[in-house]
Design a protein around this ligand. Structure first.
Ligand code: PLP
Length: 424
């Protein structure tokens, strides 16, 4: 499968039925699996074999999803989880303990910001949030002796900063720490962070991977391209007493990170996706290439329309020539800039709320990446737990409205916005 183009990998990647087997990767809705030989089960517990034996740690339907996402992102392995939040959580705690520190872009999803700034801080892991547009020197100056990773989003939710991969990868390289990227909004169809120097990629598959607003999920993909044996990651190089002194790097080589995430974190914390959700997400991925193309096309058309509308103050979409991220978008997202745009409506937050009431095709939902066009006011919803200062630091302005442009006919979407804008 590796040699096929990405569209083919979306449709057929990681599942190839043998004679007489189901054409579509089936749902194996079972918590457990049956064995004849007790020695085989003992070997599984010792991580000498990777057969599914209990669904908390692995399930054939979920294995297909993991295989496909690893293939699409170009990684050596993947771990599917029950939500994007658990992926953001596991990606850090797999390599950080109390007393460690992480450099993180300040322009990230509000849920990730809270998880890191509040919950992980309580567990003793410290974060420095840095403007992703800061210079290489400024970002590097955030580093300490205990810095273990650098984290950012390809296309940030919701203010659409396009990540300067080259700059971040250079910082990570010079500090000899892994570069972790949340690729939720761009998906591997539009951008593959590992090709631009990332070491670990995560997703909320709830968004574009599923694409139909049906199933929560998250995933971590391991690029297999970081040398963990540099003295900074004892959890991967020193003996794990809960596995009879096994050393992950020595035993699993380039897949050490992702094996540990499953064997250690999934075993202890759970956060396992249901086979049914993995099945649905698998189905979604089969059309990822078609959807992302149309989401991107429609979003650019709507952004251009809004930019010319007298009731609109400003429009943010990295595909617009007026965007400060246009050049970075052409470099890292040349096939399209995804389906999310934001705009500032004249009259501020109150007019924004009024606008929502006048839309008919477009619904107010707390979500993005659905095939149906949706709208949201971040300051009063997804980012409301942040203080006003934190909101502004994250680029969330009070008049900002976020649109997740669907794959309906663009003329109908524009008509709906035009009518609503003229009514407020
Ligand atoms: C939604 C989202 C998450 C969290 O994912 P859930 O599946 O809702 O837990 C993480 N990162 C980004 C960029 C998101 O958009």
């Amino acid at each position: 499968m590796k040699d096929y183009r990405i569209d083919t990998k979306c449709v057929q990647g990681s599942y190839n039925p043998k004679n007489g087997e189901a054409r579509v990767a089936p749902i194996v809705q079972s918590t457990t699996f049956s064995f004849d030989d007790p020695d085989q089960v003992a070997d599984i517990f010792d991580l000498k074999r990777s057969d599914a034996f209990y669904t908390r740690l692995g399930n054939p339907t979920t294995t297909h999803l993991e295989g496909k996402m690893a293939l699409l992102e170009g990684g050596v392995g993947a771990l599917a989880l029950s939500s994007g939040q658990s992926a953001s959580f596991f990606a850090i705690i797999n390599i950080c303990n109390a007393g460690d520190h992480v450099i993180c872009s300040s322009s990230i999803y509000g849920g990730t910001f809270n998880l890191y700034d509040v919950s992980l801080r309580k567990l003793g892991i410290d974060f420095t949030f840095v403007n992703p547009d800061a210079s290489l020197e400024e970002i590097k100056a955030c580093a300490r002796d205990n810095t273990k990773a650098i984290f950012a989003e390809t296309l940030s939710n919701p203010n659409l900063v396009v990540l300067d991969f080259e700059k971040f990868a250079k910082v990570a390289n010079e500090l000899d720490i892994p570069f972790i990227v949340d690729n939720t909004l761009s998906t591997p169809y539009l951008c593959r962070p590992i090709e631009h120097g990332a070491n670990i990629v995560i997703h909320s598959t709830t968004k574009y991977a599923d694409g139909h607003a049906t199933s929560l999920g998250g995933i971590i993909i391991d690029g297999g391209n970081f040398n963990w044996d540099n003295g900074k990651f004892p959890g991967l190089t020193e003996p794990d007493e809960s596995y009879h002194g096994l050393r992950y790097v020595e035993t699993f080589g380039s897949a050490a990170y992702i094996v540990k995430a499953r064997a250690h974190l999934l075993r202890d914390y759970g956060c396992t996706p249901s086979p049914f959700n993995s099945y649905i997400t698998n189905l979604g991925l089969e059309t990822l290439h078609l959807r992302m193309e149309r989401h991107s096309y429609n979003a650019l058309k709507l952004a251009e329309f809004l930019e010319g509308h007298p009731k609109v103050d400003w429009v943010k979409y990295p595909g617009l020539k007026s965007s400060p991220y246009y050049n970075l978008a052409q470099k890292y997202l040349p096939k399209g800039q995804s389906g999310i745009l934001s705009f500032g409506i004249k009259g501020g937050a109150e007019t924004g709320k009024e606008l929502v009431k006048h839309l008919h095709l477009v619904h107010l939902v707390v979500h993005l990446g659905d095939i149906r066009t949706s709208i949201l006011h971040p300051a009063s919803t997804t980012h409301r737990q942040l203080s006003e200062a934190q909101q502004i630091e994250s680029g969330i302005l009070p008049e900002m409205v976020r649109v997740s442009v669907g794959i309906e006919d663009i003329d109908d979407i524009i008509k709906d916005f035009d009518k609503a804008l003229n009514a407020v």
